[in-house]
Write a protein that binds this ligand. Sequence first.
Ligand SMILES: Cc1ncc(COP(=O)(O)O)c(C=O)c1O
Length: 331
Amino acid sequence: MQLTAPRYPLSSFPTPLHRLERFETAFEDSPKLWIKRDDQTTLAFGGNKTRKLEFLLADARAAGADTVITTGGPQSNHCRLTAAASAHMGMACHVVLGGEEGEVPNGNALLDWLCGAVMHYVQPENRNARMASLSDELKEEGRKPYIVPLGGSNGLGAVGYALAMKELRDQFSGDWNDIDAIIVATSSGGTQAGLTIGARAFGFEGKILGLSIDQAADQVASYQSEMAGIANESAKIFGLEESFDERDFHLNDDYLGGGYGVLGSVEKEATMLLAQHEGIFVGPVYTGRAVAGLIDLIRKGKFTSEHTVLFWHTGGAPALFAYAKELRDMN
Ligand SMILES: Cc1ncc(COP(=O)(O)O)c(C=O)c1O
């Protein structure tokens, strides 16, 4: 393997790795639970996008860009981290947010604004078109824009997660192949694609199980081939002579709840259970849903005391503040 892509440091690594011993006591026949704290990457309240942006924004800089454009939902963690990383690297940032502007910016939107990002609100289906038109407008003004795709999920971004598997291998005390499953929240797919490449590259034999956050069952087949596409592109950049197809991606889409960004009682229960046993916060959109899925799998006996399971915490807690009312009012 020979990685040639440039990397710009945006966090100190490794992120913490530890057991969830108090959380385990919440279940009758709990597996050994570990957590990888990518919510603790050191830039701007942390999260999984940091690892992707180290490669994406290094590429932007190498291409001579002075302005970064990206997109996400109104409470996008990815946009917050892109805004923060752009500020840190001295580039301007435009975020195209699919949804309504709140009366007062809150949660991630507040942080985007504080980082100086120019915020554009559009209908979700118009996000890519708006990024393209914005890019043209900025070029006309003499700027050099660079578009980071939704979630930073392309081959280059996924390289960050391929390398994260090496970090886990080096950090895990004992044999990392004692881990039966790594559970991760999956949306635009780059994180899972990267972890899957890293597993192949560094010899992890457990299962990498993505809990789908927002893609319905009938989309799953194409979803998995989409991840295979990202993985194949990424493997090339990573210098790994392997190819991937949809069978390499394990995805559970049982926990889509009320749809993207809709907080339900299971996400609320998961958020409070983890906070009240460990003092660890998950976010309302991604990781709250993924922990809810993990809890359900444990309660159904899919994971038992015979197993070791690692939850890869991808961040997202800053969005909690924008959900204060829903959290308080929901049963
Ligand atoms: C906190 C959090 N977890 C998980 C994900 C999903 O990662 P990916 O888009 O790489 O599938 C996201 C994506 O925005 C996120 O913000």
